[in-house]
Write a protein that binds this ligand. Structure first.
Ligand SMILES: Cc1cc2nc3c(=O)[nH]c(=O)nc-3n(C[C@H](O)[C@H](O)[C@H](O)COP(=O)(O)OP(=O)(O)OC[C@H]3O[C@@H](n4cnc5c(N)ncnc54)[C@H](O)[C@@H]3O)c2cc1C
Ligand SMILES: O=C1O[C@H](CO)C(O)=C1O
Length: 535
């Protein structure tokens, strides 16, 4: 073994136990690698191919599902995280930064800030790795910005043959489309170039609105700001509407947060523990109590509290405790119907003491439509709204509606937008909460509204959607993913076939076909692919 890996600057570890961030899933890998160069990554991939082992590359382990679990070889790029190049537009309208793919998003933001630039759009956290964040289709919340991957200009991957392949809109664009949302199955992303914009602060307001106000204003609310997100508290029948625009105004004192204090946080988690482990009908009371401590009681639509923050601080948020997460995207136009239906089901379930939900239920949007040609950037200032795309390709496995068509920023309406609904269920002090009945209902509602699940999340699916039954329904844990194979094939059709063809070409021996069970239960590979890889 030593001979086989004496090329590595850091020796592989045997039996390393990997846990995802939420601590729900863990696995003991045979060998765990932390390479420090492309050359080392190539050699690990070639060794895996030669030894007929599968290899998972894990980023920061923030995916809420078991997608990164393996008992074979595991690789992590935390030691491969340097900035390689910063190329500025001649008039500094943007800059393209090339980094090693193990870099964490927060590290990239820190570097860019020193150089006067910022990431254009982010999700709720910045812990992810540059390679991992795009590999599941991570998004933020904006009527102008699309998936995080739309900021990526190019990628360099090491494919399953050990070849180093450069990808962008001109060089093998079809492989680029597959690698922009790859689920780790096309190759190891080793480098990425990301388009950053001049650094900006965010002027945000946080408004307390009634649930009914959200429904009443649905047609206009989503296009009322460059960054916008809504947190829904169903038992309180209220929402928090957060809206942000770019500004160069100076940073102000952050808003007060009750659960941001040590006491508030601990008290909240304890209340959730009591509700999940002892008496679940307390959940609505806890929700209302916490909501009022954090946000007050009075509707403040149109006059929310203003804060100016650095872009990253405004876009990220406090995600509180370990959690299960099930998130789906659907056409934004279907939102009112979806929310009314979920509202009705949540209230009825509480009345019948059937199940309870945790909050906030995140309601967000993205605009994954793209123009035919790059937009003119000459008139842009550091506070101009909207993206400067890194690419205008649609990843084959993009889960957002494909029928939406591009419109200039001034003409964007709900027709261009994807609605994301994120059903978080906390695990207070890492104790599980019951999610099965809520997630089944949530998924049925989202599927009926032309929705599809976010690839990273802990969606459940159904044994009726499997091509081959694994085990009887009664043997599954409450939160255990059954899978969605039949639906995935139907939803993605030719796009999935294209992605699969590219996967086979880039990885003919199935080096990256690890966690076969996850792949089969979600229909991204055939049994035939697996058999081929096994022989
Ligand atoms: C608290 C929290 C908040 C979140 N907020 C959001 C949000 O706002 N919006 C959103 O859309 N999602 C969100 N997510 C989900 C998160 O953004 C995704 O799960 C993301 O993919 C995690 O990145 P990672 O680096 O941890 O990758 P991992 O979870 O480690 O891996 C994810 C996938 O990427 C692959 N991968 C990782 N690195 C590479 C590489 N170098 N080359 C090839 N494949 C690779 C893995 O094999 C795996 O398939 C959140 C998750 C948590 C826990
Ligand atoms: O997966 C996610 O977790 C947070 C919510 O806590 C978020 O915004 C996601 O997306």
């Amino acid at each position: 073994m030593v001979m086989l890996f004496d090329f590595l600057s850091v020796a592989p570890r045997r039996g390393f136990v990997f846990k995802n961030w939420a601590g729900i899933y863990s696995c003991r890998s045979q060998l765990y690698f932390q390479p420090t160069s492309v050359d080392e990554i190539v050699k690990v991939v070639k060794a895996a191919r030669q030894e007929r082992k599968t290899l998972v590359t894990v980023g920061s382990g923030h995916s809420p599902s078991d997608m990164c679990m393996t008992n074979e070889w595991l690789m992590n790029l935390d030691r491969f995280n340097k900035v390689l190049e910063l190329k500025e537009h001649p008039r500094k309208k943007y800059a393209d930064v090339t980094v090693e793919a193990g870099m964490r998003v927060y590290q990239l933001s820190e570097y860019l800030e020193q150089k006067g630039y910022a990431i254009q759009n982010l999700g709720s956290i910045s812990e992810q790795s540059v390679g991992g964040i795009i590999s599941t289709g991570t998004h933020g919340s904006s009527p102008y910005h699309g998936l995080v991957s739309s900021q990526y200009v190019n990628l360099t991957i090491v494919n399953g043959k050990g070849d180093v392949v450069f990808l962008d809109s001109e060089h093998q664009p079809d492989v680029f489309k597959a690698a922009l949302l790859s689920l780790g199955k096309i190759g190891v992303i080793v480098k990425a170039t990301i388009r950053a914009v001049p650094k900006f602060n965010l002027r945000s307001t946080e408004e307390l609105i009634k649930f009914d106000t959200l429904l009443d204003k649905w047609d206009t609310i989503w296009t009322s700001s460059e960054y916008i997100r809504i947190w829904w508290y169903p038992y309180a029948r209220k929402c928090i509407l957060w809206r942000g625009i770019k500004t160069q105004e100076p940073v102000t004192i952050p808003r007060k947060s009750w659960w941001g204090t040590l006491v508030g946080r601990y008290f909240y988690e304890t209340l959730l523990w009591v509700a999940t482990q002892i008496y679940s009908p307390l959940t609505p009371y806890i929700e209302r109590f916490v909501f009022h401590r954090q946000y007050g009681q009075v509707e403040t639509f149109g006059q929310g509290e203003v804060e100016v923050s650095k872009s990253v601080d405004g876009l990220n948020m406090d995600c509180l405790f370990s959690q299960f997460v099930d998130e789906w995207g659907c056409p934004l136009e279907n939102g009112p119907e979806v929310l009314r239906s979920l509202d009705h089901s949540i209230m009825q379930a509480a009345q019948n003491k059937e199940f309870y939900v945790h909050v906030p239920i995140e309601v967000r949007c993205s605009n994954t439509t793209t123009p035919d040609k790059p937009l003119n950037v000459e008139d842009r200032t550091s506070t101009s709204p909207g993206p400067i795309h890194g690419n205008t390709l649609r990843p084959y496995l993009d889960n957002t509606p494909s029928h939406c068509r591009y419109a200039p920023l001034s003409d964007v309406t709900n027709n261009q937008l994807t609605l994301y609904i994120n059903a978080t269920m906390y695990r207070p002090f890492h104790w599980n909460s019951a999610v099965g009945r809520w997630y089944a209902l949530f998924e049925d509602t989202m599927a009926a509204a032309e929705g599809k699940p976010h690839w990273a999340k802990n969606f459940i699916g159904s044994t009726s959607l499997l091509e081959k039954q694994n085990k009887p329904e009664t043997e599954y844990d409450d939160y255990e993913m059954r899978g969605m194979a039949k639906s995935v094939r139907k939803w993605y059709g030719q796009d999935l076939k294209n992605w699969q063809r590219i996967r086979r070409e880039q990885d003919p021996d199935g080096v990256f076909l690890a966690n076969k069970d996850w792949c089969i239960r979600n229909g991204i590979v055939d049994e035939q692919d697996i058999e081929q890889a096994d022989h």
